[in-house]
Ligand binder design. Sequence first.
Ligand SMILES: NC(=O)c1ccc[n+]([C@@H]2O[C@H](COP(=O)([O-])OP(=O)(O)OC[C@H]3O[C@@H](n4cnc5c(N)ncnc54)[C@H](OP(=O)(O)O)[C@@H]3O)[C@@H](O)[C@H]2O)c1
Length: 279
Amino acid sequence: MNETFTLTNGVMIPAIGFGTWQIPDGDPVEHAVLSALRTGYRAIDTAAIYGNETGVGAAIRASGIPRKDIFLTTKVWNDDQGYESTLNAFDASQKKLGVNYLDLYLIHWPAVGRFFDYKAKNLETWRAMERLYKDGKVRAIGVCNFLPHHLEPLWEQAEIKPMVDQVELHPGNPADDVLTWCGAKGILVQAWSPMMRGHVFDYPVLAEIAAKHGRTIPQIVLRWVLEKNVNPLTKSVTPSRIADNFDVFSFRLDPEDHEKIKTLASVGRFGSDPDQAKF
Ligand SMILES: NC(=O)c1ccc[n+]([C@@H]2O[C@H](COP(=O)([O-])OP(=O)(O)OC[C@H]3O[C@@H](n4cnc5c(N)ncnc54)[C@H](OP(=O)(O)O)[C@@H]3O)[C@@H](O)[C@H]2O)c1
């Protein structure tokens, strides 16, 4: 199992990312990100809307780890979609993070319920992403929460094609349609909420597989994500869990484990459906 994924432009991204959604700015996010960096994580995922970019940047500096060894992602929020507003949002994020480049910049949602013509708005936003990429301000660009029918129109018009799609993905929502579409185009899929927002503990089948391997349920789920060639983002504010979630490189699931996990595929989403979200 490679400990990195490689994007279509050759940029490498660590196999496991550390997510920061719902971790307040200041001490909480600084402690969590520092704990993750000390554990060995080298990819950190934040977003303008999380309101914690200042603390994420402070933790990176406090870690003493060279900037070039950390893969840093942030996202443009729906309010800022559009050409000039995306460029301004990028500058604001960069200032808060205190960095002179980003590794990955993502459109946070297609924002289907928000704009009269979301496809046109996404394309305008994308033109700004392309500008930032060409100017060397960001090493890779992509989207989040885009389903194949949101990706298709963007893909057709994009001069620089999206390199990443970050979606809700876990045993209850394996997102096979996204994996198939992105797989064919070489887009790396990232999994958000791999722990089903804590619900991974509700399913005996996951407990059985964990007992068989002498592993924890979160470790089983993260292996499952990795073995689908998907890049998981795991979030915890608890140092022991942060360490547990990183210790997944010395075992593999068996084919029958994958078959058993498929039985959870009808559970469904815990987050918003990109086609129904109104924000
Ligand atoms: N692009 C998007 O629209 C989008 C949407 C949602 C999330 N994301 C990204 O994806 C990241 C992950 O998603 P998420 O935050 O929803 O996370 P998640 O992985 O589904 O769930 C996090 C929850 O699981 C708990 N947990 C984590 N590891 C555990 C372990 N080993 N044992 C027991 N409990 C454990 C955490 O508890 P404690 O923290 O209390 O330890 C937290 O309550 C986010 O932080 C964010 O960076 C992106």
